[in-house]
Ligand binder design. Structure first.
Ligand SMILES: Nc1ncnc2c1ncn2[C@@H]1O[C@H](COP(=O)(O)OP(=O)(O)O)[C@@H](O)[C@H]1O
Ligand SMILES: CSC[C@H]1O[C@H](OP(=O)(O)O)[C@H](O)[C@@H]1O
Length: 399
């Protein structure tokens, strides 16, 4: 029989006293449930002075934002903790620290990042963190390189692919990214004013073929242990600091998916800025987002190539020039997944504040149409966009 039960705030306090690793456990007295994501409970555990000290995160046996009608595996909590632990081995400075986890209770105790801010919230307010994109590129390069066949022993890696098989969470991505937006599905969520633009996407045969290829690669390309949901809402930033959280969609998939999701969220903000801060004021923010796009890719690719040169273990993959060839494939995939993220966050189940919080109806619809057409063009031209400067030129051209 399973030991699982859903925590109350008091249960979370008691758990944190036991497993939070604090020197004065009895000083932990209250918990606020602060979860604002789509899936789980998140408790902030405070001490007698009201200071938050550790985080207790627990999976529910269903999708929180939908309810018990959509059951979901508790194994996602194990996958999340184990993914973060591995990512933390290779990039501790940019991965939230997991202090303890219990697969049966589907619970994890994490370091408290309350002195940071969720990157998306800052981007929505028009705040720029100049080092964040470079740091995110570093996180992606370290985690993806070290879990790939360049670095892992081939047999050990196959065992890891099995340990991180995450079928239910992958199916959410498979449906929400690649299927729902292109059909009439009850999970979709968009205002009637977007209907013609959505209809145009659904009628676009070359787009449907390109999306099929992206989904197919997501289904079968086990290149590295992905974060699997690396959007600006799963990244904490502070001055000069960045930490990734929320890796429950982790699995071995196409390496381009992670940088593609991250780039897509920067571009969702790029599309939303005129509605968030005003048309004239948006120009500077948009330049910053394009600079973020450039720095993310340049730091990711430079670190990946350096790691491939210095640390590749497989003698055949270490062939000079091969890592560069491989990175071109990752790039093209990333541009495609970036486009898919733009579309699914605009018309699918899960939206983003960068577009949804725009108050003016007409402006919001304009920004959403921009996200849809940019996503469509990026998916269609992903194989022809050779480098990040060409991507930036296309984004300007499509504005
Ligand atoms: N380690 C942490 N420190 C401080 N706050 C956190 C931490 N982890 C999560 N949170 C807060 O809880 C929210 C939801 O967490 P998240 O992991 O994204 O949940 P979900 O899996 O449901 O998406 C975050 O947006 C953030 O505000
Ligand atoms: C039914 S889950 C929808 C959506 O939620 C996840 O995001 P979050 O980080 O907010 O939990 C993920 O992006 C899923 O696609």
């Amino acid at each position: 029989m399973s030991r699982y039960y859903t925590f109350t705030a008091q249960d979370a306090v008691e758990y944190a006293r036991q497993f939070g690793g604090v020197a004065d456990p009895q000083s932990l007295v209250t918990a606020d449930e602060i979860g604002d994501g789509n899936l789980n409970l998140v408790f902030k555990i405070r001490d007698t002075a009201g200071k938050s000290r550790v985080i207790v995160k627990q999976a529910l046996p269903y999708v929180r934002c939908v309810g018990e009608s959509w059951p979901l595996t508790l194994d996602r909590a194990r996958i999340e903790a184990e993914t973060l632990i591995i990512h933390g081995q290779y990039c501790p400075q940019h991965t939230v620290n997991v202090l303890h986890h219990d697969a049966e209770l589907a619970v994890m105790v994490q370091e408290d990042l309350s002195d940071h801010h969720i990157w998306r919230s800052e981007l929505v307010l028009g705040k720029h963190y100049p080092q964040a994109a470079t740091q995110l590129g570093e996180y992606l390069a370290q985690t993806l390189f070290h879990t790939s066949d360049f670095y892992q022993n081939a047999q050990a890696k196959k065992a890891e692919v099995s340990r991180f098989t995450n079928p239910e969470l992958c199916q959410i991505t498979e449906d929400l990214f690649f299927t729902d937006p292109y059909v009439d599905h009850e999970r979709n969520n968009f205002e009637p004013v977007l209907q013609p633009a959505v209809e145009a996407l659904r009628q676009d045969k070359p787009l449907r073929l390109a999306v099929a290829a992206l989904k197919h690669r997501f289904l079968c390309k086990a290149q590295a242990l992905l974060h699997g949901d690396i959007h600006s809402g799963s990244i904490f930033v502070a001055e000069g600091k960045l930490k990734a959280i929320d890796a429950e969609f982790g699995y071995y998939g196409p390496m381009g998916f992670d940088p593609g999701s991250a780039l897509g969220n920067l571009l969702l903000n790029y599309c939303g800025l005129p509605g968030l801060v005003g048309v004239r004021e948006a120009a500077d923010g948009r330049e910053q987002r394009l600079q973020d796009v450039r720095e993310l890719w340049l730091s990711f690719s430079a670190r990946f190539l350096q790691l491939a040169r210095d640390k590749s273990q497989d003698p055949t993959l270490a062939e000079p020039g091969y890592a560069e060839l491989f990175l071109q494939e990752v790039w093209h995939d990333a541009v495609g997944y970036c486009g898919a993220e733009l579309i699914r966050r605009t018309v699918g189940l899960a939206h983003v504040a960068d577009l949804d919080t725009i108050k003016d109806d007409a402006m919001r619809a304009d920004c959403q149409r921009h996200a849809l057409s940019l996503g469509q063009k990026l998916i269609l031209t992903a194989q022809q966009i050779g480098d990040v400067e060409s991507l930036i030129a296309r984004i300007r051209q499509f504005s």
